[in-house]
Design a protein. Structure first.
Length: 182
C-alpha cells in the first residue's frame, strides 16, 4: 500500500513538473514577424518566374521570400530585381534594387529567401511591386530594356506596356568548351 501511494505521489509530481514545462514553453514569445504581400510584375520573356512573394519583417531587418522557377534549359546563377514601394497616395516612396546569387538547375523550382539590407519603414498600407530586371545563366544573360520605365508605367496602372528582353551570351560564366585544333 505504501509502495502504491509512493508511486502515485511520484507520478503526480512528475506530471506537475511536465505541466509547468509545457506552460513555460508556450508562454515564451517567439520573435515577432510581420508579413507583407508583394505583387509581382511578371516579365514573360524571362527564363525565371517569381511567385508567392512576401516581404517578412524580422528583428534583423526585412527578408524577401519567394518561389523561383527556371523555365530554361540553362542553370540559373543569379538575378537582379527591383522592389518598389508605393504609398496609399500612389506615390513611389522607394525602389530597392538588388543583385542575388543562387543556383537553380534547368526546369526546377526553388523557394528562396533574400535579405534586404535597406532600412524600410512599412506601415502596412503600402503596395509592394517586384520586377525581375536581369537573369544570369551559365550561357546567357537576359536583361529587361528600359526596366525602370516599364515598372513605373505598371505601378501607374498602364498595363499596356510590355517589357522587352534582350538576351546576350554570357562570356564570363560560360563553361569552357574544348578547342579542336586541325
Amino acid at each position: 500500500m505504501i509502495f502504491m501511494s509512493n508511486l502515485i505521489l511520484r507520478l503526480a509530481v512528475l506530471s506537475f513538473i511536465l505541466g509547468l514545462n509545457f506552460a513555460n514553453a508556450s508562454s515564451q514569445q517567439t520573435p515577432a514577424t510581420r508579413e507583407f504581400a508583394v505583387e509581382v510584375f511578371q516579365v514573360l520573356e524571362m527564363p525565371l518566374t517569381v511567385t508567392n512573394a512576401a516581404l517578412v519583417k524580422t528583428k534583423g531587418g526585412y527578408l524577401l521570400k519567394c518561389s523561383l522557377s527556371n523555365s530554361s534549359e540553362f542553370r540559373q546563377l543569379g538575378s537582379r530585381y527591383s522592389l518598389a514601394i508605393v504609398n496609399s497616395m500612389n506615390v513611389t516612396t522607394a525602389i530597392v534594387t538588388r543583385n542575388e546569387g543562387f543556383k537553380l538547375p534547368p526546369y526546377q523550382t526553388k523557394i528562396v529567401t533574400f535579405r534586404i539590407p535597406a532600412k524600410l519603414n512599412l506601415k502596412g498600407d503600402e503596395r509592394l511591386v517586384l520586377m525581375l530586371e536581369q537573369a544570369v545563366s551559365t550561357d546567357y544573360i537576359w536583361e529587361v530594356v528600359k526596366s525602370k520605365e516599364s515598372l513605373g508605367a505598371y505601378m501607374a496602372g498602364d498595363y499596356s506596356i510590355t517589357p522587352r528582353v534582350l538576351r546576350v551570351s554570357n562570356q564570363v560564366d560560360a563553361p569552357i568548351r574544348p578547342r579542336v585544333i586541325y
